[in-house]
Design a protein around this ligand. Structure first.
Ligand SMILES: Nc1nc2c(ncn2[C@@H]2O[C@H](COP(=O)(O)OP(=O)(O)OP(=O)(O)O)[C@@H](O)[C@H]2O)c(=O)[nH]1
Ligand SMILES: [Mg+2]
Length: 289
């Protein structure tokens, strides 16, 4: 039997659970997840290969977000539009616990323009109060399938996979079986640090910051045991935010660093030394591609 193969892009308003869903679909943590909007800033591929069935390349995208115009937000929205080009299936992820607003309308408009099969995913099925479920279901006629899932618990996530395979064309695999993402190790480390930064800071602080990895090296500790040495810098455009990121007695930066280090050690199954600094760089947003 011919294998099916293609790209399925996850789009939706910010915070609906696209990245949580990407991780659940692939079965491993590829994308970072936080309760704050605008967490994802890049398009990631999460790859699912099923023997004798085929391969789905899921494309996570930044959420559509209404805010004051900024270079960062313009760049994020541009990335979503780019990600939709050349895909085979659109997965519109929606959150039925929140009222529909202008951001949802923008996503619907974007999705409507794509002449490919569309699947509507109503996420957060584990939550009791899904007041806007009916409103979304009324829009179901615009989609090839409607699926209600919980990305958090994994409930019904396989139904999305089955629906996508029904719509994918036959073709060669885009990635070798066994590869789960196109994200490089360095990028993933930077993202994990950024996730902890989002979780440990408030208000505007996460939105003026990015993380840059300077070094990732295999080294040995004083006792000769192997460790991974990582040097990373948090760049922020705002000097007040730099002070907040460092915190009194450098407590905040140490807190972010140790939170990230613990998860890196589990994921890499090695001791990690994370050397983390905070610097001002008011041009990092200008350098986004
Ligand atoms: N209860 C519940 N919470 C969920 C579910 N899926 C995601 N969340 C939570 O929703 C929040 C946002 O999740 P993300 O996966 O970061 O959302 P996103 O759509 O990728 O957000 P952006 O990257 O900012 O566009 C996090 O706090 C998640 O834990 C779900 O199925 N049930
Ligand atoms: Mg995300």
């Amino acid at each position: 039997m011919e294998l099916k193969s293609g790209f399925a892009v996850l789009v939706g308003r910010t915070n609906v659970g696209k990245s949580t869903l990407l991780n659940a679909l692939v079965g491993t943590k590829i994308a970072i997840v936080t309760p704050k909007p605008q967490t994802t800033r890049d398009t990631y591929h999460g790859i699912l290969t099923r023997d004798s069935v085929g391969q789905i390349v899921f494309v996570d995208t930044p959420g559509i977000f209404k805010t004051q115009p900024s270079k960062l937000v313009a760049n994020l929205h541009h990335k979503v539009r780019d990600a939709i080009e050349g895909i085979d299936v659109v997965i519109h992820v929606a959150d039925p616990t929140r009222s529909l607003g202008i951001e949802d309308q923008r996503v619907c408009d974007l999705v409507n323009q794509v002449g490919k099969p569309k699947i509507l995913v109503l996420n957060k099925a584990d939550l009791p109060d899904r007041s806007y479920r009916e409103t979304w279901l009324e829009r179901g006629g615009n989609y090839a399938s409607v699926v209600e899932v919980s990305a958090l618990t994994g409930q019904n996530v396989d139904l999305i996979i089955q629906a996508i395979f029904r719509h994918l064309p036959a073709g060669p695999l885009h990635y070798p079986a066994g590869q789960v993402t196109n994200v490089t190790n360095e990028f993933w480390i930077a993202e994990l640090i950024r996730e902890k930064l989002y979780l440990k800071t408030n208000q505007e602080v996460p939105y003026t910051a990015t993380v840059k990895i300077e070094t990732v090296e295999d080294r040995r500790d004083k006792a000769g045991r192997p460790l991974i040495y990582i040097k990373a810098v948090i760049l922020t455009t705002d000097d007040r935010h730099q002070r907040m990121l460092i915190g009194q007695g450098a407590r905040k930066i140490r807190d972010i660093g140790s939170f990230a280090r613990k998860e890196l050690e589990v994921a890499m199954n090695k001791k990690v030394f994370l050397d983390l600094d905070v610097l001002i760089d008011d041009e990092w947003m200008d350098r986004l591609d």
